[in-house]
Structure formats: C-alpha cells, structure tokens
Design a protein around this ligand. Structure first.
Ligand SMILES: *Cc1c(COP(=O)(O)O)cnc(C)c1O
Length: 416
C-alpha cells in the first residue's frame, strides 16, 4: 500500500491506513454498573444473607424477570448451559432421547443434551436469518426425538409459530434457548414461555449479566416445580430442608448475583432502545453495500434482543477471506468483530460423545444434513452488543469500516 492512498483514508487500517473509527471515543465498556448496584451489593454483604436460601433478592429477581417476559414462573440458576440441562430434565428428557438443535449456535445448546444423557441431533438453519429452519426440524425427527431447542440467535427470534406447531403435532417439548434474546418478542409476546420452557444466560457478555447466571421461564407449574427441585437438591417449594422428593443438583445463585441482576434489569429497556436504534440505522446504511447481507428480521418478531449484529459476506467467504475481513474490521476499530461459530455438527468432541452414547444404547446416530450451516460458517461476521451502544457517529463509522473492508478484496488477500 502506498502512503498516498493511506492519506485518503480508504486504505485498510490493517495495512497501515487510517482506521475508520479513528478519533472517535472507545465503545462503551461492558458490563456496566451504577452507584445503586454498589449499594445493593454492600447491602447483601452487611445483611449476612449471602445465599438465596436465606435472602429474598434472587426470588424477587425471578419474579421481576418472569413478569418482564410475560411468564408465570422463573427459576434462576448458575448459568445458561445448566439452564438448558435443567429444562430438558424437568421435561423428562433423558437417556437415549434425541434433542434437535441447530449447528449454528454456542456449544452449550448441544452439550446440555449430553449432560442429561440425551443425544443431540441437528437441524439446519435458514440462510438469511441464521435461525433454526422448521422444515429441517421436521426432517430431523425420529421416533426417539423428545425435544427441540430453538435458539434465538443474536437476539432474533426463531419461527415459534412453526416450531410450536411441530412440537404440538409430534408431541415434543419445545425449549427456547434465549441466552442471547433477553427482551426479544414474537407477535408482541416476550420470548421465554412461548415454547414449553425458555432459558436465559447472564454470563459476562450477555445483555444483562451478573458475571455468571441464568434463568428458566415457563408457564407450566409442573415444569417450574421440576426445575426448582433440580436447582435445589430435590427440595420442593415450602418443603423441609432435608426433604428431598427427587434427586437434584445445587444450581443456586447467590444474593450478590441477584442484587446485580435486579439493577441490570432496570437499565435494560433504555439500553435495548439504544441498541435497537443503532442496529436499525446500521442496517439501513448497509442496505446497498455490495457484498454485505445483513440478517433478515422475521416479520413476526416484534422486538429484537440485539445481542449480536450479524451479517454475511458471501463473496469474501467464497474467496476464503472472511477471517481476514473480521481481523481488518477490528483494525478499523470495530472491536470484537468475529468470524463467529464453527459448525457444531462437525465438532469432534460432540460427535465422539454423541456417537459413543448412541452406540452404547444400540441406537443409530442420525447423520446431520446441514449444508446451510456449513456455508454460513464460512461467510458470517458478527460483532457484540457493545458496538450497538455507541453513538450515531460511531455507527456511521462502523458502516464506513464495513464498506471499506468488504470493498477491499485484493488488499485483504495480502493482509491474510
Ligand atoms: C451464552 C449462551 C449459552 C450458555 O450460557 P452460559 O451462561 O455461558 O452457560 C447457551 N446458549 C447460547 C445461544 C448462548 O449464547
């Protein structure tokens, strides 16, 4: 790259050019907290009630979070991974049952099935949303299938109409993995209890966080009691301390986490509004940029959770330049731009455990047929929600960065 072209600002920052976000402040850090959070934490500390078996902060948060999502019951627990495992177990999914999951998601969606002795099998995603494809779910059903996990990836919402219909007609449990979709809604109803159960994560990167944490939502009292017992060593609500009606784990949150989560929940609506405005602006700015396909938002989705901003770069993908593009975006100042997930149906650890389990049980392990997941894993780029908390000026610069990087095919080749 010549210094002349570097001076006009069109040169890639990764090649020594001026970064598109040069001169702008850094994006907001994450997580965020307020003085009230500090006071709440101190309050727990001084109360001496550090555990949720003795305090009522976690249970208050459970009610608040469930109410915010229009669900009757909420049971908080240690993380989003074990939230899925607990939801599966409460629904009676166990040894040898098959659980249909998408391959384009965080590994926990699939590994949670293995944790309860079930076999994860795969249904493909839609090319323009990265969300599980109901038609592929239909094809993946066998006589061993017990549950479907719909992942509301990026904060967008999987086709709950079609998936609920499949679950109903086939007698399956539908679990919403809403780890990335706090505050998202489908046809005006918040996600989480539209399926039989919904699970959320409060891990550090998520839109509300206590460092770690999770919750299961449901409208079904029997399922809620089941999750409660799994979280609380088999106890039943209102029962005795040493009365264990079933065999459960201890998955409880601390009151410290409950206090942080209550504070986070109060800030969520305002942050979501800002993320939403910025995401809409960015989508608009990228609408005519050649080589960029921003994810389609389902028409029935009435609120997007805005955890990730996701788009495909098909030409760069074909040229094997997606990872170079993600790296170049970071150099431009789009912090956290990433090539995203690798296909879970090709993850060797998952496959080894799944096939070994199926073999021990003497049942076949269904072959995954997920060409769209294979494809999008080569040409997807996303960045995290913190970018969507930036200023309008920053969002314009992000659009410039993407336009510049995607329009620099050859230069990317040399930086690769
Ligand atoms: C974060 C996440 C999980 C797991 O949540 P943890 O709290 O990290 O265990 C599960 N599924 C999806 C889609 C996630 O993004």
């Amino acid at each position: 790259m010549t210094s002349t072209s570097a001076r006009d600002g069109r040169d890639l920052a990764v090649e020594g050019g001026r970064p598109a976000l040069d001169g702008l402040p850094p994006f907001p850090s994450w997580p965020q907290h307020s003085e009230a959070d500090a006071q709440a934490l101190l309050g727990v500390l001084e109360s001496g009630k550090w555990g949720s078996t003795h305090g009522d902060i976690v249970s208050t948060f459970e009610s608040e979070f469930a109410a915010a999502h229009g669900a009757k019951y909420g049971v908080a627990l240690t993380n989003g991974t074990l939230a899925i495992a607990a939801a599966l177990r409460a629904a009676g999914v166990g040894v040898g049952d098959e659980v249909i999951v998408p391959p384009y998601t965080f590994i926990a969606t699939a590994s949670a099935a293995l944790f309860v002795g079930a076999v994860p099998t795969f249904a493909d995603v839609e090319p323009d949303t990265h969300l599980i494809d109901p038609a592929s779910v239909e094809r993946a059903i066998t006589d061993r299938t017990k549950a479907i996990i719909a992942v509301h990836l990026a904060g967008s919402v999987a086709n709950l109409d079609a998936l609920n219909h499949i679950a109903e007609t086939r007698g399956l449990t539908l679990i919403e993995d809403a780890a990335q979709a706090t505050g998202a809604a489908w046809r005006g109803r918040p996600v989480g209890a539209i399926g039989h159960l919904g699970t959320f994560s409060f891990q550090t990167s998520k839109n509300i966080t206590a460092g770690e944490g999770g919750i299961v939502l449901t409208d079904d009292e029997r399922l809620a009691s089941g999750v409660y017992s799994l979280v609380n060593v088999g106890r039943v609500r209102g029962g005795g301390w040493y009365e264990h009606a079933s065999v459960g784990y201890n998955l409880r949150l601390t009151e410290f986490q409950g206090a942080l989560l209550r504070g986070q929940l109060t800030r969520l609506p305002e942050q979501q509004k800002l993320r939403d405005e910025n995401a809409k602006l960015l989508t608009q700015l990228l609408a005519d940029v050649e080589g960029v396909q921003v994810d389609r938002e389902p028409a029935e989705m009435t609120a997007h959770g805005r955890h990730l901003f996701m788009f495909r770069v098909p030409e760069l993908g074909k040229a094997g330049l997606r990872d170079a593009a993600a790296k170049a975006l970071n150099a431009e100042g789009v912090v956290g731009a990433s090539g995203g997930y690798v296909p879970l149906h090709r993850n060797e650890a998952l496959l080894a455990e799944s096939t070994a389990l199926a073999e021990r049980l003497g049942q076949p392990y269904p072959q995954a047929d997920c060409p769209v997941s294979d494809l999008v894993c080569t040409d997807t780029i996303w960045f995290p929600q913190t970018i969507m908390l930036g200023s309008t000026e920053q969002i314009h610069a992000v659009a410039d960065a993407i336009t510049k990087v995607v329009g620099s095919g050859d230069a990317l080749k040399s930086s690769n």
